[in-house]
Design a protein around this ligand. Structure first.
Ligand SMILES: [Zn+2]
Ligand SMILES: [Zn+2]
Length: 162
């Protein structure tokens, strides 16, 4: 377990990160000082300004960087809480588009750190959300596909409405 700790250069130096990953994170932290980069045991964005980075698994470095950019994508999109799962899926896709945009606007990342937008990686992350959504939408009692109300409640057309 990694205890939450705000990332700065001295914390970074104590982590056994690949050199490029270290340099990349340092660059992000200085380019986006409005956000708080925090060590964690999972990747996560928390409104209004916390970007949690999973430092246990910096391998392969490309995926690590892409996932970090994805969380930064949520941050730059100013994502808050979502009411429905469909909205969440939309946010996930938006965050990936932001990550793509960031990579396009930083051509040096490719030369310096070997970072490029890996469509397959992003799509498989989105797929896991789609699967999750699909599983969540099944009624635990009868297996029918439920629908979600605007307030976030799931309703089974059979068990809850008949
Ligand atoms: Zn996300
Ligand atoms: Zn049901």
């Amino acid at each position: 377990m990694v205890s939450p700790k705000t990332l700065n250069s001295s914390v970074l130096e104590n982590l056994a990160l690949p050199k490029n990953t270290y340099a990349f994170l340092s660059e992000l932290i200085s380019e986006f000082p409005q956000f708080k980069f925090t060590l964690s045991n999972r990747f996560k964005w928390k409104y209004p300004k916390s970007i949690y980075i999973d430092v246990k698994t910096p391998i392969p470095p490309l995926y690590f960087s892409l996932q970090t950019l994805h969380e930064l994508g949520h941050a730059l999109s100013n994502h808050k809480d979502y009411q429905t799962d469909i909205k969440r899926l939309k946010m996930e896709s938006e965050a990936w588009e932001r990550a793509r945009g960031l990579i396009l606007s930083h051509p040096n990342w490719k030369t310096d750190y070997g970072i490029f937008y890996d469509e397959e990686f992003a799509e498989s992350a989105l797929d896991s959300y789609r699967d999750w959504l699909h599983n969540r939408s099944k009624c635990k009692t009868c297996g029918l596909t439920c629908f979600q109300r605007k307030n976030g409640d799931w309703v089974c057309p059979s068990c809850d409405l008949l």
